[in-house]
Write a protein that binds this ligand. Structure first.
Ligand SMILES: C[S@@+](CC[C@H](N)C(=O)[O-])C[C@H]1O[C@@H](n2cnc3c(N)ncnc32)[C@H](O)[C@@H]1O
Length: 325
């Protein structure tokens, strides 16, 4: 099956005007995409949809090794990557790499991700920027590097962590214009896809997102609380809500979700909650063990719930389907 990225002219639809258009139903955007602004940009390829099977013994597994080589996964076998890379800021799992070395490490992992994603498969990267003097815009370096690998960018989500962000009180100069300092209460989730914008679904698997979720999750600003490191036992976990939203939006039921920097296993839990499968990597044995422990606890909780309700597992709902712990 072939996926196309051509910007077709739609019959009787709205057109891009100098001032935009009020409605965008059946919108003809060919004028905009054929403008000089888009000249020379990678706008995808006309590709065949290929999906190779992962050996069943490697599915729902956390591999305790570097994700720079994911030899357990064939080309075109994963539907979505969700991850939060190591920040290289001296957390206990971080190596002390230069910015160049750090970008090279992420690039090796994301090149492997590109190889294993199916055509149209999505890659979502949660990242925060660093420092103040100067501010290091990691998100912009990652965008540059993902595009150089060949990924197409789909957008960026600003995750507003609200009061859970506990912004630093290092104001610079308090109430004075000499050197006031911005205190980030947000992180980014950068969204990319491989080769083509539309994910084909020849197996006719089910979408599981509700109307309310779709309307909320397609907005570019998300607001929910951060996860407490002390509660999880990992220095930088994201909340289940983050991978939950991306999985619901970007995959069909039963598909494969990859996290190449899985830490405490949050992405695996979100995958199980949504009836997807996971493959995950972490280089640190104690986090692999922690991920396995959290996954086991989650599965035990499900089993208890099923037996409490006296329902066969296939008919019972997860206790916390939206992942709001
Ligand atoms: C920011 S944490 C991920 C946290 C995770 N999202 C969670 O909810 O717990 C990044 C993880 O990447 C792991 N890591 C660092 N380098 C790695 C590599 N080359 N391959 C695989 N994992 C690596 C670290 O051990 C760390 O647990």
């Amino acid at each position: 099956m072939r996926a196309q990225n051509f910007y077709n002219k739609r019959k009787n639809g709205t057109q891009t005007s100098a001032f935009g258009t009020p409605g965008r139903i059946n919108h003809d955007s060919s004028k905009f995409y054929n403008s000089k602004l888009y000249e020379g940009l990678n706008n995808g390829k006309d590709v065949e949809y290929v999906e190779n099977q992962i050996d069943p013994k490697n599915i729902n597994k956390v591999f305790c090794k570097s994700s720079e080589a994911m030899s357990e996964l064939p080309d075109n076998s994963v539907h979505l990557m969700v991850t939060s890379p190591p920040y290289n800021v001296g957390k206990e799992y971080d190596e002390n790499l230069s910015l160049k070395e750090y970008r090279e490490l992420l690039k090796r992992v994301f090149k492997e991700t590109y190889r294993v994603l199916v055509p149209g498969g999505r890659a979502c990267i949660n990242v925060a920027n660093l420092g103040r003097k100067p501010y290091i815009p990691l998100h912009s370096y990652i965008i540059e590097d993902m595009q150089s690998i060949g990924f197409l960018m789909r957008g960026e989500i600003l995750w507003d962590k609200g009061s859970s962000a506990s912004p630093s009180t290092a104001w610079g100069t308090y109430l004075k214009a000499n050197n006031p300092v911005l205190r980030d209460i947000h992180e980014y989730i950068l969204v990319f896809c491989k080769d083509t914008f539309t994910r084909l679904n020849p197996q006719k698997r089910k979408s599981t997102i509700s109307k309310e979720e779709f309307l909320e999750f397609t907005k570019s600003v998300w607001k929910f609380a951060a996860e407490r490191a002390s509660k999880v036992g990992h220095p930088a976990p994201f909340p289940v809500e983050l991978p939950y939203r991306l999985i619901q939006l970007y995959t069909f039921e039963d598909e494969i979700v990859l996290d190449p920097f899985v830490g405490s296993g949050t992405t695996c839990i979100a995958a199980l909650k949504t009836k997807r499968k996971y493959v995950a990597y972490d280089i640190d044995k104690k986090y692999c063990d922690l991920a396995e422990k959290r996954i086991k606890e989650f599965l035990q909780e499900q089993t208890t719930l099923f037996s409490e309700k006296n329902l066969p597992p296939s008919e019972a709902q997860p206790r916390n389907p939206a992942g709001r712990d």
